[in-house]
Design a protein around this ligand. Structure first.
Ligand SMILES: [Zn+2]
Length: 164
């Protein structure tokens, strides 16, 4: 993804109203990984920790959604999988996130999915390395997983925004 300013990102949040958009904050620390290594952008709001944001530019214009999470997580002691990166993780590293939908129709409904708690799957996907001699070389492995990550993130965001 190319870099965007916070105000540009705020205006694309399609599932919240203008008043809520003005309250969106970004972490002070610079985004890691760098913009070109991102297939979607995600972060947790530093002043409203239950909130998170996802943005994509995959196969279309920049668009984004707000999500909220609760302390409810998958069963303790179990390995779970984030729906975006599909990398198995410990239960406390994955959480249920819920996005409000139907803002335009003034309907209150939500769409939920299990995601990495830091909303930063890219950092882990970029670090993937072959585990067996049968796996593709690291470069091809990462490229393939990044394409899947971009596709899944865009699909979820578009589902919430109901643009497809
Ligand atoms: Zn993930």
């Amino acid at each position: 993804m190319p870099p965007h300013t916070l105000s540009a990102l705020r205006t694309t949040l399609g599932n919240i109203d203008a008043a809520t958009r003005r309250t969106v904050r970004m972490p002070r620390t610079p985004a890691r990984p760098a913009w070109p290594d991102r297939d979607y952008l995600g972060w947790r709001d530093p002043s409203a920790p239950q909130r998170g944001y996802l943005f994509t530019e995959h196969a279309g214009p920049l668009r984004g959604i707000m999500l909220t999470t609760t302390r409810a997580r998958a069963g303790a002691g179990r390995a779970v999988m984030c729906e975006l990166c599909r990398i198995p993780r410990r239960f406390e590293q994955v959480s249920l996130f819920v996005a409000p939908t139907g803002l335009a129709e003034r309907r209150m409904s939500t769409l939920g999915t299990y995601l990495c708690v830091d909303l930063d799957c890219n950092a882990r996907v970029n670090a993937l390395r072959p585990l067996t001699p049968l796996d593709p070389p690291a470069e091809a492995l990462v490229a393939g997983r990044r394409a899947e990550l971009a596709e899944r993130a865009a699909r979820f965001i578009d589902e919430v925004l109901a643009v497809r």
